[in-house]
Every structure is written in structure tokens, then in C-alpha cells.
Write a new protein. Structure first.
Length: 245
């Protein structure tokens, strides 16, 4: 039998506190989905979750629109960009499993519609950006042993920090993160709102991304621990929670 290459992210789970933090986050998500009656959920709940995520992602990108304005379709341009991504997001899950580069490109093409010419939408900024994006895509194709939440956190940080596209990198990074959770089967109906989890602790989100961008071992470790907490907050923001607003 041919040798199987080790999971490229397996070392991250061994970092102090990471394995237990992600196990707890996964347990919290599973309990929320089970206790709130996942079998009885409707497409409307999924649509609401995606809308909340689009709003939160837009605010993190600089939008000043409220959730009510986004829900009414009167949000600003950034909010409209994020909503446009959310409307096609779930349909990209099969592509993320087999051709993640194409999925990333489509996310950016959707976000940048109307703000960039066709020839720049979905295309990396330069050769270095293209190589970094290919490396991220390769992680999705080769990492099969670590928890989906860890993979999602790494994909998010890699895209956000590399900023491989000429615009909308934050929106693409957060959309890709949510898409990983769907494609890996953790949250197939996309009821967790990770974007809202990040917005709830915006200062920590931004500082931990800066730490990851530094490339230091401590920065990567801190980002992973932070992201586990953000996923727990994203579960609390789910429309399955009657008190979530």
C-alpha cells in the first residue's frame, strides 16, 4: 500500500489547549443543533443565518448598515456585496470539496461584482498571491484528520492575511470559513453564524489576525484559541436561538 502523507494541519491540534478548545466548541454546536430540533429547521432559518452572517461580515469590512437595513435590501454597497456572496454560498460546497481554488475565485467574483472589471474578478493580485491561494486550497484537499473547525479557522486566516485578491478579501475569507463548515458536514444547513461571533469580539478578532499575519508560532496559536471561542459565539448567534437577534 502507498504511504499516506500526514495531515498538514495535525500539528496544530497538538498545541496547548487547542484540542480541548475545539472539542468544546464542537460539542456546543452539536448540542445547539440537536436541542433546537435540527430536523425541524426550515430553509427560512438557513436564509436568516446567511443574512446575519452577511451583515456581520459587511460590518467587519467597513459597512455602516444595520441588520434591519440589510434585511430590507437597503444596505450600503459593502453590505450588498456580502449579501450577494451569501446567496450562492451553499451551492459552492461541492466545489470546495473538489476544486477549492474555483470556489475561492467564485466567492471573490460575487463579492466584487460592480466594483471591479470582469478580468480582475476572481483572479489573484499577482503570482505570489496565486501561490499562497493554491497552498490554502491544497490544505483543503489534503487535511482530512483534523476537526473541521480547525480547518475553517486556518482557511479564514490564510485568506484574510494573504489578501490574495485585489479587493473584498475579508468577505471572501469569512465566506470560505462558513463554507468549510458546510462542506465538511459539521453544519450542513449553515445555521451557525461564525461571522457574528467575530463581530461580537471585533477587537480580539482583528488583533489575533494581526498575530497570525506575523507568522509567529505564538500568533498562530493565539488565533486558533481565539477562533474556538468565536465559533461558540457564532452558535449563540444562530437563528435557532430564540433569543438571538
Amino acid at each position: 500500500m502507498p504511504d499516506v502523507a500526514p495531515d498538514p494541519l495535525i500539528h496544530l491540534v497538538a498545541l496547548e489547549g487547542v484540542g480541548s478548545a475545539y472539542a468544546a466548541a464542537r460539542d456546543g454546536i452539536d448540542v445547539m443543533l440537536r436541542d433546537r430540533g435540527l430536523r425541524r429547521t426550515s430553509p427560512e432559518l438557513t436564509a436568516e443565518s446567511l443574512l446575519r452572517g452577511a451583515h456581520a461580515s459587511a460590518v467587519l469590512e467597513g459597512s455602516g448598515s444595520t441588520l434591519a437595513e440589510v434585511r430590507e435590501g437597503t444596505g450600503d454597497e459593502i453590505a450588498q456585496d456580502a449579501v450577494r456572496v451569501s446567496t450562492e454560498l451553499l451551492g459552492l460546497a461541492p466545489q470546495l470539496r473538489t476544486a477549492p481554488l474555483m470556489a475561492f475565485a467564485r466567492l471573490h467574483a460575487l463579492a466584487a461584482t460592480g466594483s471591479l472589471p470582469d478580468e480582475r474578478r476572481g483572479r489573484p493580485r499577482d503570482a505570489e498571491s496565486a501561490a499562497r491561494l493554491r497552498s490554502t486550497a491544497e490544505l483543503l484537499l489534503t487535511s482530512r484528520e483534523v476537526p473541521a473547525l480547525v480547518v475553517a479557522a486556518v482557511v479564514h486566516a490564510e485568506i484574510a492575511c494573504a489578501a490574495p485578491f485585489p479587493s473584498h478579501n475579508g468577505i471572501v475569507a469569512r465566506a470560505a470559513e462558513r463554507l468549510v463548515l458546510v462542506a465538511r458536514g459539521l453544519d450542513e444547513k449553515s445555521l451557525v453564524v461564525p461571522e457574528a461571533g467575530h463581530l461580537a469580539v471585533r477587537a480580539e478578532y482583528e488583533s489575533n489576525l494581526r498575530g497570525y499575519r506575523s507568522g509567529s508560532a505564538s500568533g498562530v496559536h493565539a488565533w486558533l484559541l481565539y477562533a474556538a471561542e468565536a465559533y461558540a459565539a457564532g452558535a449563540e448567534a444562530s437563528p435557532l436561538r430564540r433569543d438571538a437577534s
